[in-house]
Design a protein around this ligand. Sequence first.
Ligand SMILES: [Zn+2]
Length: 316
Amino acid sequence: MKRVPLAILLVVATIAAWYFTRGPKQPETGTRVPFEVISADLAGQFSGEKAYSQVKALVEIGPRPPESDGYEEALVLLEKEFASQGWETQRQTFTKADTVVGAKSFTNLLARHSAGERDWNRSTPVVIGGHLDSKLIDSFKFVGANDGGSSTGVILELARVMATRPADAAKVEFVLFDGEEAFLPDITPADGLYGSKYYAYAISNRATWPSLGIVIDLVGDSRHGFYYNPEAPPSFATTVEKVAAETGLQLKRPPGPIIDDHVPLQNTGLPCLHLIGDFMNMPYWHQPGDTMEVIDAKALEQAGRATLKFLAEVKP
Ligand SMILES: [Zn+2]
């Protein structure tokens, strides 16, 4: 057997270490698509009742963990809903060989309005995301009405409202992430956020990059208040606090950073707003009680209107 010189071994080890620890690459100057605010009157058109119907239709499918029949059914439902409002969709499917439970296949769903950028290798100014999967729990039937369902319903209603103004709809790409939930009990660096991590790498390989990201999660219950990310840029914090007060959304500061689908996006340098219900005080979080019983149309409406007002006022 030939001996490999130590110097070569060290170079290989260094490259391997770099490969496994690097984050997504950062954009070059001038490659971000500039953001201009959307029309201020769109917020008033967002209907909590319509968003509620969307959440209900999704929850009626049942559990929607990665690779499940329910997840596939949810994809088909969303493709139909987006298409009926003039949005084109793209499935972003990938397999991760080394999840904590072995190889798993995931599918993010991306949507763009037909009036906007048609080349998927180029970005829109804004990305709005939420997760479509529900947590895989073997011991009971978990349908994730608030955890997964609520943000998806709000996104579908945002798509309906924005489509009434194609010039504004053209500024946005929606993305429904798969695999937000961990297979093991908690999200860790090795488990969970599978779809958003993949999406972050995918946008970092495009010819142009977005300028602003919004991620929403658990936005269907107004009884517990909402957090936004403490790491958001100061202009985002000022704007979200203003629009929350105007829409009745009860905002509070989280006890610390919350790990969710916005984190991989932020790691690409994308300024993000993350809006999430206070799951730590929801007794039904990851429990059988996360059903339509806990969803109120008012919360969905507040979250949807706050998102639209934010996009009408923020200066990134
Ligand atoms: Zn969850």
